[in-house]
Design a binder for this molecule. Sequence first.
Ligand code: PLP
Length: 405
Amino acid sequence: MYHLKCIECGAEYSKDEVIYTCSKCDGLLDVIYDYSSIKLDMEKLKTECPSVWKYAKLLPVEREPVTIKEGGTPLYKCDRLAEKIGVKELYVKHEGMNPTGSFKDRGMTVGVTKALELGMSTVACASTGNTSAALAIYGAKAGIPVVVLLPAGKVALGKIAQALMHGAKVLSIRGNFDDALALVRTLCSQEKIYLLNSINPYRLEGQKTIGFEIADQLGFKVPDRVVLPVGNAGNITAIYKGFREFKLLGITDSLPKMTGIQAAGSCPIVKAIQSGAPEITPEDNPETVATAIRIGNPVNATKALSAIRESGGTAESVTDEEILAAQKDLARLEGIGVEPASAASVAGLKKLVEMGTIGRDETVVCITTGHLLKDPQTVIDVCEEPTVVDADIESIREAIFGKKK
Ligand SMILES: Cc1ncc(COP(=O)(O)O)c(C=O)c1O
């Protein structure tokens, strides 16, 4: 059994209500379970392969899920990258290996299933790209219309291609992501359309399975630290909840230090953590090459600040240059292809190790949130163009070895 509860004033709401924030104080909502009634099959937990629906007993859904087999993403042990950065043990949880190429699938398999359970027949979101791609695909699978609002000119090509091909109604807004989110919230409050941004607490329930999977893949051990990119601040909140629930249920015995990384041009959470401010100050003109995290007013900031502070973690910003260098390191040292936002986690880890904030003896998991192919334009901008050669062996030799035989 479960219900919704406001994290600010404690007001409670039934699971059957279509509600996104507290109707009394506008606070964020959390899904609260009666853990004493949850009986996990430990044998199954220890033997079955990870996937979102492996952990169904800890998810707020009663009907058959709308699924295209999300989760179960690889956790790579990255020794070459660890050596370069100077940490003892480094893993990368590559969420780019989900069906649409980002972690958003975990939230959307739960969110779209919930939409059907609540009798909603149209779904919508604002997006920096990946959320729209995931919603388009799960909406298609469920057979319901999808509306997505994107900041015009600031969404990577692969993500738009996915939203379009899977049949979403795609609207490019003359404004940034924060403007698009405000508009879609108004739209959903006025029409019978279900809002599936991460302000919707059910989205985060799907994403908490990243925390479950990391522990599961490490033999039910918890790393010292989890480092990930932060935009709207839903994922860091969700993953922390996953770790907290496993500890509460006695499956694991510790919590990782949650460490959020933002782009220097778009880092309200970092500023709040570093100044000790109780709340963020929204930024009006966020800017970064990592368009997925180009967000100035993260809606889940309150939850994320608690997750970081409570876990003893931290937050740091990285420049676009540092992000692009980390993207290359992941690609060339470990064979892991990620989009720029994802590389922020590795760039942040490198910076925090150099600063001495993260100890060299820590076991660290970096989460790479989206696949390289999401954003081909950035690759073309930063990599050398292919060399064009005549179709003869001498020209090929010359191009490779630099001289004619
Ligand atoms: C690739 C990628 N990384 C990170 C994020 C940030 O996640 P969150 O908004 O949950 O902080 C996003 C969000 O769109 C994303 O697409």
